[in-house]
Design a protein around this ligand. Sequence first.
Ligand code: SAM
Length: 239
Amino acid sequence: MIQKKVLAAYEQLAHSYNQRIDHKPHNAYYDRPNTLGLLPEISGTKILDAGCGPGKYTEILLEKGAEVHSFDLSPKMIEEAQKRNGNRGKFFLHDLTQPLIQYQDGVFDVVLCALALDYIPDWTQTIVEFNRLLRPEGVVVASFGHPFFEFNYFSAKQYFSTEPVKTIWRGFGEPVEMHSYRRSLEECLLPFTNNGFYIDRLIEPKPTKEFAKFDERHYLELSVFPSFLCLRAKKKTHL
Ligand SMILES: C[S@@+](CC[C@H](N)C(=O)[O-])C[C@H]1O[C@@H](n2cnc3c(N)ncnc32)[C@H](O)[C@@H]1O
């Protein structure tokens, strides 16, 4: 398991991640506009922000009038998220792979899981739990590494295997070794479609124009080949 290494990396990154998240191009001008575009009308809804990091998504959802409950594996990320959002949100430590026993069935309208599923090897139990927590026709909106991008980026040889991979992140000050899992497209979609969801929107995101002002090289690369995938999965009313 890579979880200890993932936790150590995010503990190290939390402060600078929070300082950069408002304008870091891959987040602010690539992931967020595309992922937020998949959300339904959220004013008055109850949302679970799963793997909330420094709480930037939580901040946006609160501003749009949602009630937001947010969790992360990293205590320092939760501290940053609390500092950013004051007492407007509800923040707690939790591991995505474990059940959220404090919540009854069907209490959320939306589960948002942005760029956090990449750190767990098998999404099945997590998606089963999201399904339990959502009301009928509630949605999961998720973003994660695009399987075709990651196959190339990590020079993988076995497309169908889910495998641990690592890279060095240099965009947050001190270089940090980041561990995650790459997987096939099927392994991204089957945990949803086998467990009470249908996929009702799927986006291969493109960067917004603002991206180019901050990082032209990656803007050009992402304009011709995606590195993330964003989807919306709706809970079926009947299995
Ligand atoms: C790339 S950051 C994304 C943060 C936030 N969702 C965003 O998009 O701004 C990934 C986050 O997932 C968290 N994470 C990784 N593994 C996790 C797990 N097993 N359970 C909960 N959170 C996890 C990390 O601590 C980190 O804060």
